[in-house]
Ligand binder design. Structure first.
Ligand SMILES: C[S@@+](CC[C@H](N)C(=O)[O-])C[C@H]1O[C@@H](n2cnc3c(N)ncnc32)[C@H](O)[C@@H]1O
Length: 374
């Protein structure tokens, strides 16, 4: 079994022992003692729409059986990156990409950092946890009392500023931002995304950053990108290209605007009840009419031996927002331009090679064995 380079420290977060002012905490013990108490978190412990954490075994099995001798795996709509992580071995190069910077910093953390910087990160996370909530700032002004308690909003803004001040290089910067994103998610007054916040504020537990569990030793040679998948595929070569684009009209930049805003940190104006910034540059072609054209362009320009495509069979809904943007017929037609296509289905009754393409609630993966080199 692969050894985890960064073993989790299974100690509960320190309890505040004394309250100073309104929301300032101090912790007992010398600095060294406090450092040991930092908890860690796993990549998959994030709430993310369309996350394939439960599907990785199914994908691994298809790769093992259908794509022998794989050396390079590319996940160009990576989101949380859990799929690439499952295939991340010392003899496999993993390429991951997502056009949101809030995902890029997490992908860089888990799949990009290849030297052990645990000590520095532990120290800096501990330092960030021990900061006072601070003054009114961009986060508290716009998101306090809505997505976060006032105290947490002030602390998030304070921590965000401090990360820019203390990170000495991009690895540290990405890891600390990743810690903040996962921590923010745990105290957000939402149902898991930021399209809206709950009317009644009931998330008062204090913000607490943990350190990410990173397998530094297997990340050597991996590459992480933050760009449009259609542009990227023109420049990369891989054995297996995994595609998990959005399926419906819900833009990820709408659902995760707050995390993106926090990551980019240009402090743009925000508007509306949901306090969203301008996202016109972050619209995915896979969420609008013409999504099939985007997929066709990507598949045509891919340099790979195998294409695996996850695409949910959501059927038709009343509001239309959840309807799949690309039909099964279009998918089959597009993939068939590059080679033989098979469908793998994992239904609630088990795992089969798909016969019934529209099985209700089934998880489906299209596999194209690429024959035609463009
Ligand atoms: C269905 S989610 C992927 C979930 C991922 N497989 C996981 O397990 O977390 C689709 C992702 O594609 C990203 N995305 C959408 N359009 C994109 C584009 N044109 N280029 C790159 N990424 C894009 C979104 O930000 C989102 O994270």
């Amino acid at each position: 079994m692969k050894k985890t380079a960064f073993d989790p420290i299974s100690v509960k977060p320190p309890k505040p022992i004394k309250r100073l002012g309104l929301h300032e905490y101090v912790h007992e013990g010398p600095l060294e003692g406090r450092l040991k108490q930092i908890e860690s978190f796993e990549q998959r412990s994030r709430r993310y729409l369309g996350c394939k954490a439960d599907l990785v075994e199914f994908i691994q099995r298809i790769v093992r059986e259908q794509c022998p001798n794989m050396r390079t795996f590319a996940d160009v709509f990576a989101g949380t990156g859990v799929v690439g992580a499952a295939l991340n071995k010392s003899n496999t190069e993993v390429i991951t990409n997502d056009f949101l910077q809030s995902n890029y910093v997490c992908l860089s953390t888990f799949l990009g950092v290849s030297h052990d910087i645990r000590k520095q990160i532990n120290e800096k996370v501990s330092h960030l946890n021990n900061l006072a909530d601070g003054h009114q700032n961009y986060v508290s002004q716009h998101f306090g009392g809505r997505y976060f308690s006032e105290a947490n909003a002030r602390k998030i803004g304070t921590v965000r500023e401090e990360i820019d001040r203390i990170a000495v290089d991009s690895d540290e910067h990405n890891m600390l931002l990743c810690s903040l994103i996962y921590a923010v998610d745990r105290v957000a007054n939402t149902v898991g995304h930021y399209d809206a916040f709950r009317r009644r504020m009931d998330s008062f537990k204090p913000l607490y950053l943990r350190t990410p569990i990173v397998e530094f030793n297997v990340n050597q040679g991996n590459r992480v990108f933050c760009e449009d998948a259609n542009s990227l595929v023109r420049r990369i070569e891989c054995d297996v290209l995994y595609l998990d684009p959005p399926y419906n009209s819900r833009q990820y930049s709408d659902s995760y605007h707050l995390l993106e805003n926090l990551t980019v940190w240009n402090k743009p104006p925000v508007k509306g009840v949901a306090q969203k910034m301008d996202r016109s540059h972050l619209k995915s072609r896979y969420c609008v009419n013409g999504a099939a054209g985007a997929l066709e362009d990507l598949v045509t320009h891919a340099h790979c031996r195998h294409i695996l495509l996850s695409y949910n069979n959501t059927g038709s809904s009343m509001d239309g927002r959840s309807n799949a943007r690309i039909t099964d017929e279009e998918i089959l037609e597009i993939l068939a331009t590059r080679g033989e296509v098979r469908l793998f289905v994992r239904s609630h009754r088990g795992y089969t090679t798909g016969k019934n393409i529209s099985e209700e609630n089934a998880e489906r993966i299209f596999h194209c064995r690429v024959r035609k080199v463009h």
